[in-house]
Every structure is written in C-alpha cells, then in structure tokens.
Design a protein around this ligand. Sequence first.
Ligand code: GLN
Length: 543
Amino acid sequence: MAVAKNGKRPADRSSTPPGTDPHQGAAHAGAFGCFEQGSSGRLSPDRLLNVLRRTGILPDDPRIAETVANLDRARPAPPPAEPWLLAAEEFAAATQRNRGIIERAARGELAVPDFPALVADLQRIYQEVRADRRGAVAAYIPQLARVDADQFAISVCTVDGQRFSIGDADVNFCLQSVSKTVNYCLTLEEHGPDTVHRHVGREPSGQGFNELTFNKAGLPHNPMINAGAIMSCSLIQRGLDAADRFDFVADTWKRLAGGRGVGFNNSVYLSERNTADRNFALGYSMRERGAFPSGTDLLATLEFYFQCCSIEVDAQQLAVAAASLANAGVCPLTEDPVFSARTVRHCLSLMSSCGMYDFSGEFAFTIGLPAKSGVSGALMLVVPQLMGIAIWSPRLDAHGNSVRGIEVCRGLVDCYNVHTYDLLTGTGAGSGKRDPRLRRQQSAIEGIVGLCFAASQGDLNEIRRLTACNVPLGAADYDGRTALHLAAAEGHRDIVEFLLSMGVDPQPVDRWGGTPLDDANRFGHRELVQLLADATGTDLAGR
Ligand code: GLN
C-alpha cells in the first residue's frame, strides 16, 4: 500500500505508458516466471487470471481491464484442445499496461499476502454467524419491516483492491446511518474542521441515535447521530439546488465504491419523510438554539437527510467504500483521491468513538476499530491501512446494530491482530491471533531469526520483547541452532540464565550433533560450561 506510508497518491505509481519503460519486453516477461508452463517458454493467460483471482484481484478490476480485454481478443475460438499459451513477448504486450498490479500480485506483495487464508476465515465466520437469528428488523417504516430478515452478506476489499464476498453481496440495501460518515467527510472537505465543529460537537452522546439531546453549547453531540447528521446536511453544498446536492452525495458514494453507480430507494425516502416526527423535532430544536448556519432551509435540510439515508448500495460497494477510507481517502480500485487523508482521519476518529450508537464504547473496547452501522442492518468496518469490510444482515439488537454484523467483527478480531491495541500484545501462539499483513510463515520465521540474532548479540531486552510476543524460545533455525546454542557460544551468561529460567530444553542438538554445552566448551566460557552442565545433569569429570 503506497499511499499512507510514503505520502504519495497511488496515481504516482500508475502504469507506465508503453515505450517509456526501460524494462520492457523480455525482462518484463521474466517477472512472470510463475506463469510459465513446463519448459515450453510459453505462458498461460488462464493461469494468470487464476493467480490474480486467488490473490483477490478480480476480472472486473479496472486496473487489469486492458489485460482482460487484450487476452479476450487473443483468445482462440473455438477453444483449442491443448492449453492456451502465449509466447513471452505476446504475453508481455498483452499485460504491459497493467504490469504494476499484476507483478505485485504475482510476487505476493499485496496488502494481505495470504489472501486465500483470509477468504477461508471469512467463509468460516460466515457459516458460524449465519446460525445466529437473534434480533429483529427495524420496523419504524414498512419498507424496512418487509425485508427478508435472513439475508446476510460479508464483503471485503483491501487497500490494494483485493476483494472477496460471500452471501447476499449483490443485494441492495439502504445506507441509513452509514450515510453519516460520508456526509461528515463532505462537510470537512468543503469547510474544514473549525467551521464544521462550530455547528456540531465531537463527543459521544451515550444516548440512542435519535435521542432529543444536545451538548452544553446547544449543538448536536457528534456527526454520527441523527441531530449531527442533519447538521451535516445543512452544511453540504448550500449554494446548489436540491437535485444537485443529492447528486453530489450520490456521486461521492459512487467514487468511493469503485465507480459503479449507487441506487436510491424512493419508497424508503417517502416513508422516512412521513414518519419523521423525531427528526423534525431534532431539527426544530436545533433551529431554536441557533445551531444551524444562518439562512438554513430546515425542511430542505431534513429532506436531504432522508434522501441520503435512502441511498442504496450492495455489500461489495460498501466494502470498497470502506477500503477507500482505510486507504486514506483514495479508492483502491480506481486510484481516485475522493477525500484528503486528513478528512478521513477525522471521520475515522469519530467513527471509533461514536459510530455504533450507544454501543460505541463497548465496540471500541472489544473490537477496537472504526465502524458505522445503520438500521438497515448495514455495518461498515475500517481497518486503517489494511482493508474495509461491509457486513449486511437486517436483524438488529437493542442498540440498532446488526446482530450478525457485530458477531462477524468479533470473529475477525478473534483470529487477526486488527484491534488497534493488538499491537501491544502481539500475535504469538498464546494470543491465537495472526497478522494478515504477513506472508505465510513470515511471522514465525522473523521471530526465530530475531531471537537467534538477539541471543548471539547478547540483547536480553530484545529477547524479553520477543518472549512477550510469544516467540517460542526453544525454536531452532534450519541448522538446528537455538538461541541457547548462540548465547552459549558467545558467552552471554545473562541470556543463558534467562533461557534456562524460562524452561527451554537445556540440551538441544544442532545438525552437527552439538549442544550448547559443547559450544560453551569450544569457545572457553568456563562459567557457562558449569551452568549448562548443572542444568543438564552432565558429569564434567566424565567428559
Ligand atoms: N433514517 C433513520 C433515522 O433517521 C436512520 C437512523 C439509523 O440508521 N440509525 O431515524
């Protein structure tokens, strides 16, 4: 993920125009070694598309659109009996414009390198959570009361645009309160935080989303509850007429969601407007307190708010939008910089503290990630710099959050170290958590290499840190050398003592048949010889 780490927009690494790149041609084809078939030197386009799909780069990804079109044109019809292969140069020409993303996928360099493992976990979580039928659909308007309560979708998109969906991921639902996130971002982009927060606070209210309550200054508590979201609507593009204001918001969702247009549910909108006494009460109350910018048309503002709640997306689109937030405001699929990183930072902060209604504190404690839910059963979860996840399942708990949505979040945080403060507790065997940012085995290998290096350098602090991260202290490298061997060979008494006190095997044998005691002997560390002999019950006189 290039954006947040080096401060560059991803557009900076967009595909190089043909003819300008020194690595073109044969050298480029060389990068595709993993697609080669046998010794023919020819490459399989179908294998390319399969590898890409496995890494989460789907055929409708705009970043490989040219490659897919070129290969479609080249595909022999009718299909040949033999596997369809291209010469390296043909293959390079067909993929040239999209080589950046293709090479990174082939090399396992995308945000979630072991994407099949993430897919398997999401499939497992989906099956487990599907059995949960607790909760009830929102019933304050007939359009929500009528939806099939059993529908369920999980969709994920990483900051490198790796996607996976399961369940009813192409069924539309209305955004409802999830719309509050983007509306808040739009106010920040247009006016900056100082002006925006003259009209809305940024403290959790601790109350229900439509509670008739304001802060001490008479302003809505925050932009993630109804009063604050109505305030956002009063601030967005005040100079435009109603139709253009709506188009502006809908178009922003389209850009965040990867370019596919969003829908609008007119009957939800009409129903919302007809059963909106509470929202009208919030609006009049704020007007009475002078909270709105002067000249605000209250009715138009409320209608705009109901329209935003009635925008429809499917889980796939919501996941891409969440990934755009995870990616500092840049859509991973189109590289469209929709929001500034600063705007997204503000929005994620308030999603973390206020995004889950009056369950926000509990959610921050157990899940530890910014999220926003809506009464349609939508839940948007953001793992900054890693991925966005959309969950949709209409049955709600007493707070108005999707029951299954919360359970999926729990499932994810149980198996991955994505809670913000998991960085303190690590991922070793004891935590039962894995790091989705690592390649398969990468964390284990790095832990063992780090341990052996620290032992040879005499760095006890680092060994204590690795212990806290659950790196197995008795682990051996390829040669069967353990931290104890290395500490004994280098004469680091404090480390030998520490390792023994932690209960590691005192006489592991390396591939040459040597034990730590042999190492201590060979390098003349007398005290250690004694220490290790005692620990292993070795009779030194008899050696
Ligand atoms: N349209 C709903 C309302 O204003 C949105 C609330 C929600 O999703 N929590 O009451």
